[in-house]
Unconditional design. Structure first.
Length: 218
């Protein structure tokens, strides 16, 4: 069944862009929302916007730059050296506290304004680097809180929740957009589009998944 309208939380990276195409397959009308939260690489927002333009998806950008002034992390503060690996018993300093909490709350208000109940986010707990706000229990919990907060029946979809990076590439291929995702999205923490710098944690994860997928597809 193809449902009516949905709103995608889009960052311009591999996961959320793949989720955008997943949404286009499952919903008649798809909208997107992106957030500027003080991230070092504004290119990801430009990519999100240009993807929406090409795909005829109405796009809204919201400024949440207060997030970067609340707590320090290496994605918004250039003076902090980025953790290359997930440290034992701690979160990597690429964790932006509250990010998905704020993103989903703001997205929900925007969705309600548009008469939308279905919200899509590309979070995944399989390759989640230990980020607590990418886990299924957090998504279920905020879904209930948002419904109670606005007396509204939101449904937060997480098509990538149980997929690892290889399976996310397989999904992009199945949706017929492997090359768009590969060359027109930005996942790299060093701000390099497509295959990226190759050595930051995000690139390593993305590349390992792609190599495995291409190998198995042969
Ligand atoms: Zn990189």
């Amino acid at each position: 069944m193809i449902a009516d309208k949905a709103l995608v939380v889009l960052s311009g990276g591999q996961d959320s862009s793949t989720s955008l195409f997943w949404a286009k397959k499952h919903f008649k009308e798809v909208y997107a929302i992106s957030f500027s939260y003080g991230q070092k690489h504004v290119l990801e927002l430009e990519l999100a916007e240009s993807l929406c333009k090409t795909e005829n998806v109405p796009f809204k950008k919201i400024d949440l730059s207060f997030i970067s002034s609340l707590a320090s992390n290496s994605l918004t503060d250039s003076s902090i050296h980025m953790d290359e690996e997930v440290p034992d018993k701690a979160l990597p300093n690429t964790f932006v506290p509250g990010r998905n909490l704020f993103f989903l709350s703001v997205a929900a208000v925007h969705a309600r304004e548009l008469g939308i109940k279905d919200i899509i986010t590309g979070v995944s707990q399989t390759d989640f680097s230990g980020y607590p706000d990418c886990r299924d229990n957090f998504i279920k919990s905020i879904n209930i809180s948002l419904n109670l907060a606005m007396d509204y029946e939101f449904y937060i979809h997480t098509p990538l929740m149980r997929l690892d990076k290889e399976q996310t590439w397989a999904l992009a291929d199945e949706l017929g957009v492997l090359d768009i995702i590969r060359y027109k999205t930005l996942t790299c923490y060093n701000g390099i589009i497509g295959d990226g710098c190759g050595h930051c944690p995000a690139c390593k994860l993305r590349k390992r998944g792609l190599d495995r997928y291409l190998e198995h597809r042969k």
